[in-house]
Design a protein around this ligand. Structure first.
Ligand code: FES
Length: 257
């Protein structure tokens, strides 16, 4: 969802015909969840301010034009919101198709069920990818020639996790988690379009940057681009636990093999 609103004033609206009352300032996405409706999303979570970058959470609102993002649109009294109209369903499938067309077909995170993007592709009913992928090295033909190889090189420098730009959709959840959850500001987005990737402290390897290895970025990543090395090497654990101490609010996780 999105972070909770602290307002004392309450607002009532209808989402897919279900009436829900939430604090003023709550996002439509969060209100939908209160009503038991999961709006597809990739770039929002409860910990960081909504950013509206993935465009998967679009909805229709009675009397309003367009298809606003439910994560960045606040509730209002009497709104009638629809989360699964034909129009938004078609837009979501189109968006997911574009994301998946530039995602490795043999991604282990997808295969192991550790990829929110694969789950969302299924949820929006994506069954076919018509663009891009050559099936071998997954390089999409470029209008302006091949991508600079630097932008596709994985960063394996951190002892605990790896970053693979080939799987990254640059939703910037990791950048925001680093800043808003951990307060470290170690990450940024470098480059544009296909040549964009997450970079640590002015483009140094993660290990040499200001990154404190807290893992907030890994927890936030919806695509398997940032993944724990233990999971990459040994596969998904059967169970895991998260503990939170006074040092930081991230929550350290340990996983059984
Ligand atoms: Fe709303 Fe990504 S979740 S735009």
């Amino acid at each position: 969802g999105t972070p909770a609103s602290k307002s004392d004033r309450m607002v009532t609206l209808a989402i897919d015909g279900r009436e829900v009352t939430v604090p003023e300032g709550t996002s439509i996405m969060r209100a939908a969840r209160e009503a038991g409706i999961e709006v597809p999303k990739l770039c929002a979570n409860d910990m960081v301010k909504a950013f509206g970058s993935c465009r998967l959470c679009l909805v229709e609102i009675d009397g309003r034009a367009g298809t606003p993002a439910s994560c960045t649109t606040p509730v209002a009294e009497g709104l009638k919101v629809f989360t699964t109209t034909e129009r938004v369903n078609a837009i979501r499938r189109g968006i997911m198709e574009l994301y998946m067309s530039d995602h490795p077909a043999d991604c282990p995170a997808c295969a192991e069920g550790d990829c929110e993007m694969a789950r969302m592709a299924e949820k929006v009913g994506l069954t076919e990818i018509r663009y891009g992928r050559d099936g071998e090295n997954h390089v999409v033909p470029r209008i302006h020639g091949d991508v600079n190889p630097h932008f596709r090189e994985p960063d394996l420098s951190n002892p605990y996790f790896a970053y693979d730009p080939a799987k990254c959709i640059v939703c910037s959840l990791c950048v925001r988690a680093c800043a808003e959850v951990q307060g470290t500001f170690a990450l940024t987005v470098e480059g544009r379009g296909f040549e964009s990737r997450i970079a640590a402290s002015m483009n140094t390897p993660f290990f040499d940057s200001e990154c404190v290895s807290c893992g907030a970025c890994v927890q936030a990543c919806p695509t398997g681009a940032l993944r724990e090395k233990s999971v990459i090497e040994k596969g998904m654990p059967e169970w895991s636990a998260v503990t939170t101490c006074a040092y930081c609010g991230v929550g350290c996780s340990f996983k059984a093999e």
